[in-house]
Write a protein that binds this ligand. Structure first.
Ligand code: C5P
Length: 308
């Protein structure tokens, strides 16, 4: 007699948003990407992805920005499930349902996070038992930010951002994110960055020792001083309204104001939650952004919450 292995009928995975504390962009490569040296940092704004067995792949989306998210093969979560099934000869299919809190097209890797969560959820649903490096390889095929979303916490990304090494970071930082309803497309921000740097000799990107040392000691002022984004001037060039928002935040007590990834979300780093709440009030009254979200650093990446 053989024992029946109970198969999961529902898996729920939670996955965080990211901000790039540092984003150094090298020259344009022949494959259309840029070499990066970037420090990813996860914050506790979470999307939740649920997978259940179904006859076909499908995606449904509720929550923040739901009307802006595709529900067909254009959705990275759909592609994640399909690629995993193809690579490991899985004949089963699943319905993917996403509850969004991460801003869409906001430079916080929301789509990449959903893809990472789907890989972890399907791995569990289908009982594949994949190793970390196997999931990371597939994640890298899906997009440059997807491997980080698996890992979470704080990590250095090199290559096109997909080669991830965890960074020793202590302390929990307080953030206020200012959101703009109109998104920026990542390729157009990189293209604008190339245009602005035309004729310049762009060096190979290097992470700064100052940031890594400040993260090790949990020194929020050192982190604020070292934060940097090479895509910021491109995002500001495409969306000049971000500049007065950032200036006002700095005048009103933010330790640092930085465009998150390719934008247009602006990340303000604050001394504590009290300062973040006070800054939100001032910026809300100023009407310079469409919405605001508080967040703290999180050590988590894509995490299984429920298996039924
Ligand atoms: O990897 P992902 O699909 O998220 O990248 C989206 C686009 O962003 C790429 O097609 C490319 O235009 C740009 N990109 C880049 N260099 C990187 C990452 C992304 O130029 N390292």
């Amino acid at each position: 007699m053989t024992a029946e292995i109970a198969r999961a009928t529902r898996v729920v995975v939670r996955v965080p948003a990211k901000v790039n504390l540092e984003l150094r962009v090298g020259p344009l490569r022949d494959d259309g990407f840029h070499d990066l040296a970037t420090t990813f940092h996860a914050v506790d704004i979470f999307d939740e992805v649920t997978v259940t067995p179904d006859a076909e792949f499908s995606v449904s989306v509720t929550g923040v920005g739901e009307d802006k998210v595709p529900t067909d093969e254009a959705n990275l979560a759909y592609r994640a499930a399909a690629l995993l099934a193809e690579r490991f000869d899985v004949e089963e299919r699943c319905a993917i349902s996403i509850v969004k809190a991460i801003p869409v097209a906001g430079g916080m890797a929301g789509g990449s996070a959903d893809a990472a969560a789907t890989l972890v959820a399907c791995d569990t649903l289908w009982g594949l038992g994949l190793r970390r490096h196997e999931l990371e390889e597939i994640a890298a095929e899906l997009g440059s930010d997807v491997p980080f979303a698996l890992t979470g916490g704080t990590a250095l990304g090199t290559g096109r951002g997909e080669q991830i090494v965890p960074v020793l970071a202590t302390g929990t930082f307080e953030w206020l994110f200012a959101l703009t309803h109109e998104g920026l497309s990542t390729p157009s921000v990189y293209a604008e960055c190339d245009r602005l740097r035309e004729g310049e000799d762009v060096p190979e990107p290097q992470p700064s020792d100052g940031l890594l040392a400040s993260l090790r000691s949990g020194d929020v002022h050192g982190v604020a001083l070292a934060m940097h984004n090479d895509l910021e001037s491109a995002a500001l060039s495409l969306m000049p309204s971000l500049r007065p928002l950032m200036e006002m935040g700095l005048e009103m007590g933010a330790l640092c104001a930085l465009v998150s990834g390719s934008g247009p979300t602006v990340a303000f780093l604050l001394k504590d939650r009290q300062d973040a709440v006070a800054l939100r009030r001032v910026l809300e009254a100023g009407g310079l952004a469409d919405d605001f979200v508080h967040a703290s650093s999180t050590p988590h990446g894509a995490q299984v919450l429920v298996v039924d």
